[in-house]
Design a binder for this molecule. Structure first.
Ligand code: GRF
Length: 203
């Protein structure tokens, strides 16, 4: 069977770029059959510096990207998907790109998601609520925070002596496995959404 051509996508970042680096590693290892056509950052950050150092086309948009500009950026880049990788700004998605953007969140949505729920705040919230499990969620984006149809989730235990930092580390390890796996399935399949429930159907 011939392998499909690498799926072009645009990662959106705001911070360290660890998620982006993990995706690049997955591409290099062959686990993710994809290519990055453009990196977009919401500000100057270590992630965009890293992207530039790798020779990836990188651009910073300091303010909310107007819908038409986003449509143009995606079309010009030749991307088929937008992949949020630690992007903290809300995107105003053009109609054509609804259900064509994916995000990963460091908790089991719909809990601990929405405006203000990012970074260590998420893990602190999980500990304060006394949860015994946490994890991560990959979901399609709509134009609000953390609310599109869920594609996949993976859980880990919350330990009695966890701090936000130790929990964050455990969840991030799960993210590094789950995100490339789901993206590979997504890029080689189709998504069906019925009554808010998303399914990836093999092509
Ligand atoms: C991760 O926790 C991810 O769930 C969230 O952003 C964090 C990664 O950001 N979306 P970064 O890759 O360290 O910049």
């Amino acid at each position: 069977m011939t392998r499909r051509p690498p799926t072009p996508f645009v990662p959106f970042i705001s911070g360290t770029g660890r998620t982006l680096q993990n995706l690049v590693r997955s591409i290099e290892s062959g686990a993710l059959n994809a290519r990055i056509c453009q990196v977009v950052a919401s500000r100057e950050c270590p992630g965009i510096e890293w992207a530039r150092a790798q020779g990836l086309p990188a651009v910073v948009h300091n303010a909310v990207i107007p819908r038409d500009d986003l449509a143009e950026l995606m079309a010009d880049s030749g991307a088929e998907w937008g992949v949020l990788a630690g992007y903290t700004r809300l995107l105003d998605l053009p109609d054509l790109w609804q259900s064509r953007f994916v995000n990963i969140h460091p908790a089991l949505l719909p809990s601990f998601g929405g405006p203000g729920w990012y970074g260590d705040r998420v893990h602190r919230g999980v500990l304060e609520a006394g949860c015994k499990v946490s994890g991560c969620t990959v979901h399609l984006c709509d134009s609000t925070y953390d609310t599109g149809p869920i594609l996949a989730q993976r859980c880990c235990p919350v330990l009695d002596d966890d701090t936000p930092e130790t929990l964050a580390r455990r969840v991030f390890e799960l993210e590094c496995e789950l995100y490339p796996e789901v993206l590979e399935r997504l890029f080689s399949g189709r998504v069906s959404i019925e009554a808010g429930r998303a399914r990836i159907i093999p092509a």
